[in-house]
Design a protein around this ligand. Structure first.
Ligand code: S3P
Length: 441
């Protein structure tokens, strides 16, 4: 994609709007991956059409999965578990998509063929040991030995072994990777969720009729049990919605309605956090769609107070901390976020970078290895020039900076602003719709 910078020189005026954001990224990835293992043709609407998901579609096509788009629906022609056809010297580009690179490894556990997986500059830096070690127990091999980042050569086993694993990080990517490996391994596998994380994978597999059971904190999978194709409606992504929630909260006399958002409690941590900060947020029109909870989010401008964010909420808002830190900068009092160790392992070291951006705009912080204290200023009114570097083309850092510029003022230049297309291609169009002025350079 062609790179460009943007400049923002004006705070947004008050607005009242109703919007819909792009489809949920986690659910969209999972639709293609899970449907490729089902028997028959699965169909989905509302799929996120963004860089990360295009990488998932291309990866599956390379493994001989037929995927078509007709009108606004995607069709995946599944041939059951273990039905990939893998050519010699196959190599798969996962782009920026951590979810694809990890979840796909689990799906290759039963193929004793060498496949190369690699990503872009950012993905090639992200930790893979977290899935390498448990997948080795299923019988998978990774080369070069002792390397723990992409590019990697992976090779499955003819007879993968079922396993039991304690997931302690609170990572849905690890959990889902191991569920994928378990589906292909004969016998019973168990994953004990010591720290809970988003559960879209379990929900979608149940929706598809797969042999997966959840007893308290244990996920039990009976391997080699086929399941049938399914239809899916993908709701809007709360991670994308969060930028517009923030913009509304931080702007005066404004209101937004964001329709049809996935409100799965393992994803809606930001709503709980913002309500604790006294944000004026209401949820309406709650429904269950294909096993997922959805609803409309209604937000009004709010005067926020500080928060001491409970660590238990971190996995349920893990992708929202960039924007939460911007929100805390505009709240009264000193907010504390801890248990953020995972944040520096995302598309960029987000804890360090957001700390740098906050300091640049005059917000005092105290950052430690996995926590940050933010000394908020509800009267923040910026006047200077600010340059936001590319920061590994991190889409969420870029969008959080746009919201800071539109909410706090000043003259901003944001580099590599095309990166929002990784997760939220309609972002700039929607900013324009609510009245934000952005100049493309
Ligand atoms: C995701 C899980 C989270 C999240 C990522 C998407 C998923 O990662 O940050 O954007 O779809 O499973 P971790 O599992 O590393 O926490």
């Amino acid at each position: 994609m062609k790179s460009f910078s943007i400049s923002i020189n004006k705070k947004i005026n008050k607005f009242k709007n109703t919007i819909m954001v792009d489809g949920d990224k986690s659910i969209s990835h999972r639709f293609f991956l899970i449907a490729s293992q089902a028997i028959g043709v699965s169909k989905a609407s509302g799929i996120l059409e963004a860089g990360d998901i295009f990488n998932t579609i291309s990866a599956l096509r390379k493994l001989n999965v037929k995927i078509l788009k007709k009108k606004n629906e995607y069709y995946v022609f599944g041939n059951g578990l273990g039905s990939f056809k893998i050519k010699k010297n196959t190599s798969i580009n996962c782009g920026n998509a951590g979810t694809l690179s990890r979840l796909l490894c689990g799906m290759l556990v039963s193929y004793p063929v060498k496949i190369k997986l690699f990503g872009d500059k950012s993905l090639n830096k992200r930790p893979m040991r977290r899935i390498i070690e448990p997948l080795q127990k299923f019988g998978m091999s990774f080369y070069p030995k002792n390397k723990s980042t992409l590019p990697l050569i992976v090779s499955g086993s003819q007879i993968p072994m079922p396993n039991e694993y304690d997931e302690k990080i609170g990572s849905a990517q690890i959990k889902s990777t191991l569920i994928n490996a378990s589906l292909l391994s004969p016998g019973i596998s168990k994953i004990n969720e010591i720290k809970k994380s988003r559960n879209h994978h379990e929900i979608m597999l149940k929706h598809a009729g797969a042999n997966i059971k959840i007893k308290k904190n244990t996920i039990i999978i009976k391997g080699e049990s086929e399941f049938n194709s399914f239809n899916l409606k993908v709701p809007g992504d709360i991670s994308s919605a969060s930028f517009f929630i923030a913009l509304t909260i931080l702007s005066k006399n404004s209101k937004i309605v964001i329709k049809n958002i996935c409100l799965n409690p393992t994803r809606a941590g930001i709503i709980t956090i913002l309500k604790k900060m006294r944000a004026n947020i209401k949820i309406k029109n709650i429904k269950k769609v294909c096993g997922e909870t959805t609803g409309d989010i209604i937000v009004n401008s709010s005067k926020l107070k500080k928060i001491n964010c409970p660590k238990s909420l971190v996995p349920y808002a893990i992708d929202e901390f960039c924007i939460l830190m911007i929100i805390a900068a505009g709240a009264t009092g000193t907010s504390t976020f801890s248990g953020l160790g995972e944040l520096n392992k995302k598309e960029s070291p987000r804890l360090n970078i957001m700390n740098e951006i906050l300091n640049k705009i005059g917000i005092k912080t105290i950052k430690k290895k996995d926590s940050i204290k933010i000394f908020g200023n509800p009267n923040l009114n910026l006047k200077n020039n600010y340059i936001v570097k590319s920061y590994m083309k991190d889409h969420r850092v870029c969008m959080a900076s746009v919201i800071a510029a539109l909410s706090f003022g000043g003259k901003w230049e944001i580099k590599n602003a095309e990166c929002v297309a990784t997760s939220f291609p309609s972002f700039y169009k929607l900013i324009k719709k609510v009245g934000g002025i952005i100049e493309k350079k």
